[in-house]
Design a protein around this ligand. Sequence first.
Ligand code: NAG
Ligand code: NAG
Ligand code: NAG
Ligand code: NAG
Ligand code: NAG
Ligand code: ZN
Ligand code: ZN
Ligand code: ZN
Ligand code: ZN
Length: 676
Amino acid sequence: MWDNTTLTVSTIYLFPLLSLGNVLSPLQAWYRRGKVNASLGNYEDSVRDLTAAKNFEFSVSGKRQIESELNIISQHHEREDTNLVQQNENDMVVSDVTDQINLLCITTPDKGRGMTSEYDIPQASLIHSEEPYAAIILKHSRESHCHYCFSVLPADAVPCMSCSIPMYCSQNCQLQASGQTYGKCPSNIYINGNHSNNLEEYVMEITSGGDVVDQKLEFIPEHKHECQGVNWPAVLPTDIVLAGRVVMKSMAQKGHFKEIPNILETLGLSQCYSKMPSESKLELHLYSIVLLFCLKFSYCSELLTNEFSISQIIILLSQIRVNSMRIVHMKSSDVFGLQDQFGKLLPSEPALTSSMEQVRVGQAIYKTGCLFNHSCLPNIHAYFLSRTLLIRTTEFVAAGCPLEFSYGPQVGQWDCKDRLKFLQDEYFFQCKCAGCSEVNASDLVINGFCCIDPNCSGVVLNSHAVYCENQKLKISEPSSINPLLQVRMLNDVNVKKVAHLSLGKKNNWFHIKSGYCLECDSYHDLESSIEAANKAWIHIRRLRDSTVSREIDTATISDALRSLGLLRSTLHAYNKGVAEAEDNLAQAFCLLGDLKSAQNHCRASIKILEKLYGPSHIVIGHELVKLSSIEQALDNCSAVDSIKQLRSIFSQYYGSHADAVFPYLKFLNKESCSHT
Ligand SMILES: *[C@@H]1O[C@H](CO)[C@@H](O)[C@H](O)[C@H]1NC(C)=O
Ligand SMILES: *[C@@H]1O[C@H](CO)[C@@H](O)[C@H](O)[C@H]1NC(C)=O
Ligand SMILES: *[C@@H]1O[C@H](CO)[C@@H](O)[C@H](O)[C@H]1NC(C)=O
Ligand SMILES: *[C@@H]1O[C@H](CO)[C@@H](O)[C@H](O)[C@H]1NC(C)=O
Ligand SMILES: *[C@@H]1O[C@H](CO)[C@@H](O)[C@H](O)[C@H]1NC(C)=O
Ligand SMILES: [Zn+2]
Ligand SMILES: [Zn+2]
Ligand SMILES: [Zn+2]
Ligand SMILES: [Zn+2]
């Protein structure tokens, strides 16, 4: 049923997508629209929306809160203006202009269901934006983040008025989550108040698009059914509680609470139940019954607890496992301890930190978002502002090409074997992406050993890697090797260097044996090398632990330096372990105040990661944040280049949202070199 479904998505039509399925009270609707517009950088609209919301708000405290948000947004607005100027100066291409992208859902025999576009899409285009069908906070974030919008809780957080278990960042989030009233029937919302003509016009203009907002759909507060005395939502696993929210919402949409609607029809999620191991199936059966009874006894007493209901919930639970997305927010952290040292030196930048960390805050179902399939070499990037899913192309994507993001593993992060295992275990499919079916330099060197000949840059593989690479060669039959691929590989200096390509010999153009150099065929005794590397790792780990506890002595650091030398003489120059060891040393030297050494180790680590991920991957952007903060502290002019490079990477992945997602970037904007 999903074949050839056309979804018209553009920024202009964002609003209907965001509010699909809900009728909000006017206050909620304007407030939410204002927040969404703000998060998307449409500050002018946002200010008008929030002004409208303020007119519907009767309480003084509510009005005050909206006013304070208006203030914040106006400030953002000003900052955004200056940023735009800056970006023009830096000559960066930020394209948020998605005139109209026709996303198509297609099914191919090879890769199953996936999304593609009717037209060519330029790099860094926003191709999709969506509010969740259902969302829930993860357990470890319950104390620290708003249970509705997932932002960090302020000191004066608002608890649920009924059960006081969930915490919200504001009254508005609380209202969105649990609704205005606590009766069972959705209350009729009436409009009251007095507006200036101007505002009234604006309201008319937005609400008159009849097909845009379907007034008959109900506003369904996601937490309301969880409130009635019993604490089951706090006790059951997150995905079970999320299933409860999906069930309640789908019943509310149908308008009756007796029978669970056909979940397959309602959501159209992809299936996986039959592929699950039997112990997981048993678990789903148990949880399905538990959830059904929780819903029945705490909220809708008329709910039928028959076999059909139970099986519907089982299907839903299995679907949530493979179709839900983790909502991640960014958190700045000071891995290098630079704040301690330079907080005093740079008083004008008190928020200086050295790194960004992804924090998983929520789990959600996005009805369109889950139609995108996975690739270990993704061409789109998904990120979140509050609860909103946003998807952006990270490269030019030609019409008809599959649009795929990563479900977790990527080339450069893990080797092929680990990626395939993860995707099989978590998502029940055998990955057939380009990264897993074509030989790639990154997969060869990521866990590779070096050749015993110090003059040879060839790689030696262990038996697991050899198995995977030989599988790839089987998949791409020698006679049908894509000439395009050959060209790409020849242009790729890395593959050419680390592995000998005899393109003439069609049947065995790539000679792979475990323990032998792929370039010169010399034998390398891997067993003793593995043993030596393991010993070296003991010292590196010890260094990492003492960096965490901030007590580094000279013996630890000299042991670690010796171990790094050993790793470098055993592992391939682009082995990911070497990059990690270098990074650990960089952190330790930062802590010791030896920034020159820190800078060198940080650069060495980035050099390897650039080979593994490619030079413009977002991982490199994050590493450059670390490097540039060291360079800035050293007043080294290369900081200017690092910052330029990282800003271009961030804008490729986050477009105009880069500064909203990474407030830290604005500290890197300044001229940071006093020598020029
Ligand atoms: C995604 O692609 C893989 C092949 O790479 C395929 O096995 C899987 O079924 C696809 N997923 C969906 C939901 O169709
Ligand atoms: C609405 O505003 C008008 C003036 O703009 C005022 O005369 C009237 O009393 C107001 N009505 C209410 C209900 O506040
Ligand atoms: C490596 O190359 C250098 C010069 O390029 C040469 O002097 C040296 O003998 C070579 N070493 C080996 C082991 O071949
Ligand atoms: C190999 O992986 C790198 C880094 O992820 C990527 O940029 C490159 O396009 C890949 N090469 C091939 C031939 O797939
Ligand atoms: C900056 O660091 C690089 C690498 O360590 C070094 O070669 C260069 O001379 C430094 N520049 C300045 C101005 O210190
Ligand atoms: Zn909130
Ligand atoms: Zn509650
Ligand atoms: Zn893959
Ligand atoms: Zn060799």
